[in-house]
Write a protein that binds this ligand. Structure first.
Ligand code: 5GP
Ligand code: MG
Length: 189
């Protein structure tokens, strides 16, 4: 086996909150739950991109029900690690979800603004049911009431990167979830 090239940006992490192995195990058990809950039905998986791309790719390959995949894009104006104002949801859905069971997938549930806006959009399009799956849940940060049916890990109120989550569009490729050293958040390097 050729030796794996290390990811240099792993060195930017101050600490790891969720390891690659723990993510893998948790996605396996979450997908079993989803397979049980949706057994015998058809599922439309809708990912909130870009953050959800890594999770949805791993999750999708564990699903044993008939699935279709589509994406929406949501963005808030960011200053550093803080989202400012209400998110803008860009309705880029290609699939008709009228009467369909939808599983909404995102990287993290934070204030709840994004997922509640996306869920409102999906229900307005007459989805039969909308459930939500997130890798991470920062309960302490909730501004609007929102709970996800499938949660990978509850985490403390820290700004995290990796496994799809970015800081200034970097670090999405890290295989684990971690917190950057302060100097990297400060944009010093
Ligand atoms: P909301 O506040 O609307 O629940 O979350 C909106 C978005 O903010 C998430 O989808 C994610 O893109 C981003 N976000 C929230 N918390 C974090 C975090 O700790 N790290 C990163 N990289 N993004 C976050
Ligand atoms: Mg996001």
């Amino acid at each position: 086996m050729p030796k794996k090239t290390p990811i240099p940006e792993l060195k930017h992490l101050d600490h790891i909150l969720v390891s690659e192995a723990a993510i893998k195990r948790r996605i396996a058990s979450l997908s079993e739950e989803i397979n049980r809950d949706y057994a015998g039905t058809h599922l439309t998986v809708i990912a909130v991109v870009n953050g959800a791309v890594v999770l949805v790719a791993d999750l999708l390959r564990k699903l044993r029900v008939q699935v279709r995949l589509d994406c929406v894009r949501a963005s808030s104006y960011h200053t550093g690690t803080q989202a400012a104002g209400k998110p803008v949801v860009i309705d880029s859905l290609k699939l008709d979800i009228t009467g369909q069971h939808v599983l909404l997938v995102d990287d993290i549930l934070d204030t709840g603004n994004t997922l509640s806006a996306v869920k409102t959009l999906l229900l307005a399009k007459q989805a039969a049911t909308v459930k939500t799956c997130v890798l991470l849940d920062k309960k302490a940060r909730r501004v609007v009431p929102f709970e996800a049916e499938y949660v990978g890990f509850e985490i403390p109120n820290e700004f995290v990167v990796g496994y799809g989550l970015d800081f200034n569009e970097r670090y999405r490729n890290l295989p684990c979830i971690g917190v950057l050293k302060p100097k990297y958040y400060a944009g010093l390097l």
